[in-house]
Design a protein around this ligand. Structure first.
Ligand SMILES: C[S@@+](CC[C@H](N)C(=O)[O-])C[C@H]1O[C@@H](n2cnc3c(N)ncnc32)[C@H](O)[C@@H]1O
Ligand SMILES: [Zn+2]
Length: 281
């Protein structure tokens, strides 16, 4: 089997793409050798690693908290499959709703492992666009680049994807911009938002002396303000956890330190899946 470079994979994807638009003037982006270019000549280079930055200004501030180590630990922890039930629920929702090929946009995809676990189980053909504000995350995510998956640097507040073009928008624990979602989503499409429930990782919060998660009601209120939630699913399970996995978990979370009082032997995954549909946004 011939192994393509990340750059070649990106080019193969971009030859097929018909959704990407210029983040400055909103005209279509066309692949031209090593760049994406719009008709107003705004030019976005594709790096040797196959990465392109589609933002309207030059300076993206890289977060100090979301650093390489955090994303690496995040990927390692996610691969342990504590989130298996979440993937299965989401797959069920997608398979139930769509028959044909779909365009998927992943808001704040991070290093990509969560959505990758979902895509691997998907029965539909798809074109997947994952983006994140963090170059470090996209650098890591681009190991998943292929003919029908592409990762790029962009802002959820200015998504470089054309209007009314997206069948499925996924947001796992990331920020969203309601106007952008309404602009992108097809009438027949779905917006799936995953947010923490009250007891999400409660053992880790207790072990590091942080009070339980309390933004769950606010998240739901905000969604209700902006959209009509057509369905809600709840994932709630407590798993045994080894101390090695617990250490990975500590290091993958933006708000935790390593001042652990005692290492727990269970961990609770408590997540809400909110489903909105394009017809009733
Ligand atoms: C908790 S992580 C979730 C990442 C991934 N969805 C996952 O579940 O592993 C939140 C992500 O949102 C990204 N993010 C924050 N603000 C953003 C913005 N304005 N535009 C794009 N990504 C953003 C961060 O860089 C980070 O990767
Ligand atoms: Zn342009």
């Amino acid at each position: 089997m011939i192994m393509l470079s990340k750059f070649e994979y990106s080019k193969n994807f971009l030859r097929k793409d018909d959704l990407l638009i210029c983040p400055i003037c909103k005209e279509r982006l066309i692949l031209n050798d090593h760049s994406l270019v719009c008709k107003n000549k705004h030019t976005y280079d594709i790096s040797k690693k196959g990465i392109t930055t589609l933002v309207s200004h030059n300076h993206i501030k890289e977060s100090k908290i979301y650093n390489y180590e955090l994303f690496l630990n995040r990927r390692n922890f996610i691969q342990k499959l504590y989130y298996k039930d979440l993937y299965e629920k989401i797959i069920h929702i997608i398979n139930h709703h769509f028959d044909n090929k779909i365009n998927i946009v992943d808001l704040g995809c991070g290093e990509g492992a969560h959505t990758m676990n979902i895509l691997e189980l998907l029965k539909q053909k798809y074109m997947y666009y994952g983006f994140d504000y963090s170059r470090i995350a996209i650098d890591m995510a681009s190991t998943y680049n292929c003919d029908n998956r592409f990762y790029f640097v962009a802002d959820v507040n200015n998504v470089p994807i054309k209007d009314n073009s997206t069948h499925l928008i996924i947001d796992i624990l990331s920020p969203y911009n309601q106007l952008e979602i309404k602009r992108l989503l097809k009438k027949s499409g779905l917006f799936i938002k995953v947010a923490p429930g009250k007891n999400y990782l409660k053992e880790m919060r207790a072990a590091t002396n942080i009070s339980t998660y309390d933004k769950d009601i606010e998240v739901e209120q905000n969604l209700n303000k902006n959209f009509k939630i057509v369905k809600k699913e709840h994932i709630l399970k407590t798993y045994p956890i080894t101390s090695d996995d617990f250490k990975l978990l500590l290091k993958m979370s933006p708000m935790y330190n390593d001042q652990v009082i005692n290492i727990p032997d269970t961990i609770t995954i408590d997540l809400m899946i909110y489903i909105m549909n394009g017809e009733e946004l």
